[in-house]
Design a protein around this ligand. Structure first.
Ligand SMILES: [Zn+2]
Length: 91
């Protein structure tokens, strides 16, 4: 794993920790920075990053904290506190 990928992983961990501490704005900054690093280095963001970030408001989503996760006819539906929802098939 190269240095950009390691930075993305580190930023994801920081974003998750920031949300747990109630710093959602700081988490958004980490999410945006990680996205920029991925773009600049043509990296695919890790699956957990893609699933647990809101495309609408850049929040890092922690179920039970700022996101609701439910199952609906073969899909996982993740709803951010901003109101945006994303659906994914089961893995
Ligand atoms: Zn959102």
């Amino acid at each position: 794993m190269g240095i950009p990928a390691e930075r993305v992983d580190r930023l994801e961990a920081l974003a998750r920790a920031a949300v747990r501490e109630g710093n959602e704005e700081r988490a958004r900054e980490y999410v945006r920075l990680a996205r920029r690093i991925a773009e600049r280095n043509r990296l695919t963001l890790p699956r957990t990053f893609r699933r647990f970030t809101c495309d609408a408001c850049d929040a890092y989503l922690v179920p039970g904290r700022n996101a609701r996760v439910r199952l609906q006819s073969g899909h996982v539906v993740v709803r951010c506190d901003c109101g945006a929802t994303a659906r994914y098939p089961y893995d």
